[in-house]
Design a protein around this ligand. Sequence first.
Ligand code: F6P
Length: 322
Amino acid sequence: MENIAILTSGGDAPGMNACIRAVVRTAIHHGLCVYGVQSGYEGLIDDRFRRLGTTDVSNIVQRGGTILHSARSTRFLSTDGRAEAAENLSRRGIEGLVVIGGDGSFRGADHLSREHGIAIVGVPATIDNDIWGTDLTIGFDTAVNTALEAVDKVRDTAAAHDRLFIIEVMGRTAGFIALQVGVAGGAEDILIPETPTNLPAICSLVRRRVAEGRTSNILVVAEGDEAGSAFEIASKIEELADLKSRVTVLGHVQRGGSPTSVDRVLASKLGWGAIDALMDGAWPCFVGEMNSIVTRHPLADAWTNRKELDPMLLNLASILTN
Ligand code: F6P
């Protein structure tokens, strides 16, 4: 293998740039030539490639977003779209591809690899942390810290006004961000899709706490919670118990910003791991980190297995939110 390409796909995550840097520099260290693909699978289909050298990836380890840009491609879902992508790779003599993204991106990668024999290694990057086979995904730690900073600030104003706040965090259908932020931020309740949400019980608890003198209450809600969005929950709580609240939806602020050291180091290790897997001929696969060891898994494991929340943290949350 002489030429490889790299792309970032799906929702961006802080640390993607650190990973691009590690992939490019490790590949060059092994004598490979690297092409960056612009805007994920869209650029693969539209033939938007550029050569990347070590200097092209300097001064990016600390930057959020992705220098390669990202996209969610519907064209890549079709066999025709993937055939065009494969043709563009083959014309340049590119045999290997590193895909940095979430499980949706890995599905596309799996099809491309099986249909056209391209050596593909996936690197899990999403703020949601919902990929099995890695303790953390790239971007999760930064997103959690960004959300936590916001929760701490909201706490100040909640305490000053003796208010109930409902703070919505991202996570798609998973509660990893909400659970981590809720425990770290001392939330009075954490509402996540993985556990049933009992709004009447939450209202009684809020009333009890207020009666006991804990007059600021913060509920951290995962966007995928079955009780609805933070705004819907706020109106249900008002209807049920005549409790007024303020809502803060953190939204895409959680996706941006300079990555934490945890994300930068994880991204660097996994970028190295992706090249290591390519050089070993271990493709198609994705790399992860479990108990500090870089691991390799079949791409399909990312969507056939469901990553569970830490049961210890769940139990702790139920004790500490009392
Ligand atoms: O998967 C990352 C994520 O930020 C989710 O938490 C969120 O549900 C989704 O992407 C938002 O996607 P978009 O940026 O396309 O609105």
